[in-house]
Design a protein around this ligand. Structure first.
Ligand SMILES: Cc1cc2nc3c(=O)[nH]c(=O)nc-3n(C[C@H](O)[C@H](O)[C@H](O)COP(=O)(O)O)c2cc1C
Length: 170
């Protein structure tokens, strides 16, 4: 899914058009589904691209003023592939940009929020200068390979609306 056109309802951030990038890592497809739902929800409001961490290049980040990043929680932390990507980001990568972070996890991890990937993603993205616009969010899977619980896609779309709203109003 790649959409770069601007449409009605396009929002501006500090005089610039909103240009969102949704980046995800996914082993079994659940985090990808959530990422795509977030992008679908934002698409009616402005320019949104969605891509996996494998496809991401530094210029993708440079061209976006809102970065939404998602990852599954693995062993109460980030998967190694995501940790390596974050470690490789230059110090000021997200300076002047807004971001939001989400993860997919079991219910128990969501209750113990300090063990979710979203929490760890947010910490890493703040470290490279990003401004977090809403608290990290967890979307729940029933088992390791999914599926997502009923209603989680709808919840992701509603969360995406709040991310967009908070970014465009700031
Ligand atoms: C190696 C491994 C470790 C995991 N550890 C956790 C964990 O600590 N907490 C948790 O909530 N879920 C854990 N899970 C479940 C993942 O959160 C689940 O597989 C993921 O949400 C599915 O997303 P995906 O389909 O995008 O890969 C683990 C899964 C794997 C494969």
């Amino acid at each position: 899914m790649l959409s770069l056109g601007f449409c009605e309802g396009e929002r501006k951030v500090g005089g610039d058009s909103m240009n969102a990038l949704v980046v995800y890592y996914s082993r079994f497809g659940n985090t990808r589904r959530v990422a795509e739902a977030i992008a679908d929800s934002m698409e009616s409001r402005g320019a949104v691209r969605v891509m996996s961490t494998d496809e991401l290049t530094p210029s993708d980040l440079k061209g976006s003023n809102l970065v939404v990043m998602g990852s599954p929680t693995h062993r109460m932390r980030l998967p190694e592939a995501v940790q390596s990507l974050l470690k490789a980001l230059p110090k000021e990568t997200l300076r002047g940009k807004s971001f939001a972070a989400f993860d997919t996890s079991y219910r128990l991890s969501a209750l113990l929020a300090s063990f979710t990937a979203a929490r760890k993603l947010a910490r890493a993205l703040r470290r490279v200068g990003g401004r977090q616009v809403v608290p990290g969010e967890t979307f729940l899977v029933v088992e390791r390979e999914g599926p997502l619980y009923d209603g989680e896609i709808e919840r992701a779309m509603a969360w995406a609306e709040s991310v967009w709203r908070e970014t465009s109003e700031s």
